[in-house]
Design a binder for this molecule. Structure first.
Ligand SMILES: *Cc1c(COP(=O)(O)O)cnc(C)c1O
Length: 219
């Protein structure tokens, strides 16, 4: 199937209120341009190097989301143009993003990435850490950051109940933080599990292979 057909199918499966982040990692600029021309404006990449190479070659009204683990020493390479960093998994990182955003006189949107998967995952805040970080944010510690929501990834499994359970845990935390100060975005769900994520309350999904086709190497 063509990228256009894939894109239309994915779009048709998303309710109006659900935002689509088209995950273009490992795919060429020409494929991104093709999806852009279909009307898509939000794209996600997981590596600073790859994003920095693609950014200058594509239209400037793309809202770029970083969705992969970010090392503090690389924040400076994307601070000038990144729209949202979905993968904030430490206080050290949020401090660095705040500092670099200030240098460029801008505000960078971030999502707190929370560890919800039962399987061993390297990255993500524990629920308690996320709560503490949100308190610090609410007390005004990061003036050049806008925490707009939460991001999570479920265990890679066929067990739908397991996936559902994990997504619902993140939804619960979202509701809790949302009561203190409203949050916009609950980012959960990828190509294989986005319908479940939406059922569980996601209003933003990160979809790669269902649009662009399979990646040549695991990433
Ligand atoms: C690669 C990636 C996605 C998209 O995965 P697909 O299965 O290709 O849809 C979503 N979120 C994150 C964090 C990713 O790294």
């Amino acid at each position: 199937m063509s990228i256009q057909e894939n894109y239309n199918i994915v779009k048709s499966r998303l309710p109006q209120h659900v935002e689509l982040v088209a995950v273009s990692k490992t795919h060429p600029v020409s494929a991104i341009q093709e999806v852009y021309d279909l009307g898509q404006r939000i794209f996600g990449e997981n590596k600073v190097q790859e994003l920095s190479e693609k950014y200058p070659l594509l239209p400037k009204d793309i809202q770029w989301h970083l969705i992969g683990h970010l090392q503090t020493n690389k924040v400076k390479f994307i601070a000038e143009f990144i729209d949202t960093i979905q993968s904030v998994d430490s206080e050290k990182l949020i401090r660095e993003i705040n500092k670099e955003a200030a240098k460029h006189n801008r505000t960078i949107k971030v999502l707190l990435q929370v560890k919800i998967a039962e399987e061993e995952t390297k990255f993500g805040l524990e629920t308690e850490e996320a709560k503490i970080l949100y308190q610090k944010y609410l007390s005004g510690e990061f003036p050049n950051i806008l925490i707009t929501g939460l991001m999570g990834m479920a265990t890679f499994t066929e067990d739908e109940n397991q996936i559902k359970k994990e997504f619902l845990n993140l939804k619960k935390l979202f509701d809790e933080l949302n009561q203190q100060q409203p949050l916009e975005t609950l980012s959960m769900g990828m190509s294989d599990d986005f319908p479940i994520a939406i059922e569980c309350g996601a209003n933003s999904v990160r979809v790669g292979s269902a649009i662009f086709g399979r990646r040549d190497y695991s990433n």
